[in-house]
Design a protein around this ligand. Sequence first.
Ligand code: GDP
Ligand code: IMO
Ligand code: MG
Length: 437
Amino acid sequence: MHTAVVGLQWGDEGKGKVVDLLTARHDVVVRYNGGANAGHTVVVGEDTYALHLIPSGILYPDIECVVGNGVVVDPGKLIEELDSLEARGINGSERLFVSDRAHAVLEYHKMMDGALEEFLTGRSDPEDNRSIGTTRRGIGPAYADKVTRTPAVRMGDIRRGGAALQEKIELACELHAQQLGSLGSTERPDPRAILESCRTWADRLGDRIIDTTYHLHGAVREGKRLLFEGANACLLDIDHGTFPFVTSSNCSTLGIPAGTGLPGRTVDTVIGIMKAYGTRVGAGAFPTELDDAVGERIRERGREYGTTTGRPRRCGWLDLVAVRYATMLCGVDSVACMLLDVLWGLEEVKVCTSYRLPDGSTTDRFLPDSDLLAGVEPVYETLPGWDGPLEGDCAREELPAAAQGYLGFIEEYLELPIGLVSIGPERTQTMVAEHLV
Ligand code: GDP
Ligand code: IMO
Ligand code: MG
């Protein structure tokens, strides 16, 4: 039984918590996209872990973790993450495999990410800000090098080292130095320092960098159960998200085959993760955004501040038009509704069920183009709120009637079952339907 976990909104839906819960029923946890732009939180008792590059399954002692070829790997960050886990008694090094085909995120990618963002900020006219609000983790420039091909450095290059690596790094530094200059940046990459770091990384990670495609096919043949951990989220998908305010990978489930080398039919069950409301970090259209006291209340109660960058997240009502689009793209079988507890105490809650277009007509189709989406007005259904606080260890049937009504409304609209309801960050604060147990 192979399962995929994927975010149905703009990220931070609680994928880390769900992956952690499902890991117990799998053998291998696999990342297939993104990089250190992801921040997945897992709370285990008193301990909170924020994982960026390492699959969240690493917290279980016998689970193998694979970083597939579709991920862009910042080797320094990966080692930092391994070290900080080790300092907390979790030895992940022997259970982690990194694809030799995964592209490396190097210093100049982070410089380029910052320089591009500054360039797009519109220095001459602050009104004309076209910056994306990236995490500045070098994600876009690393994927750009992959597509451009010649200046790209893969993890296998770092493992092998030698003159071939030196040539690649020198060429990449020269090219990026020119680009940085033309963007008005004074930063310049130092090829010698990067090569030195590569040697250190190769010493530490060398035997962890393998052909993960053959490795994963072998695991499937041996009957091991794979859990695919989507990073970022469907509405940030480079092809199907709110372009251009997206990330640079296929973060819907459509990224799984390309990002792992496994055929698409490998996945048996797709679990789509959504918050009970909406959030977004960075720029881009967000029709249901609340710029008022309710939005502020959601941000404070949900502690909606970025796991990777600490930025306050934009908050708003649940947009079911957007979520239904994401469930369609990702082939979702079952939905997990997270952070339901955050909405307690509101007199009423609103859910967006269609959009009003600039010409006055309405549609229940999502518009995956940020400029077009910015022109729609959400049409809401208003539902009764419920009192709280909601506590853990209760069955879904024990939730306040209005909260059950809210979940029922979502199921009906999406024509999908909600198999998991989460009412707090901890493992115990979860209601799981029988078909997921
Ligand atoms: P991810 O990127 O999808 O893994 O999500 P993040 O970890 O970035 O953000 C989700 C945040 O919500 C984390 O701080 C989680 O600990 C927290 N969280 C997860 N589920 C719940 C829940 O049901 N209720 C509350 N209050 N917090 C939750
Ligand atoms: P997880 O896995 C929320 C957003 C950034 C920015 C845009 C592009 O924790 O859900 P990038 O650095 O990728 O070039 O930034 O995408 N973004 C995320 N937002 N959660 C994430 O990951 C994100 N990954 C990227 O905020 O708007
Ligand atoms: Mg996150």
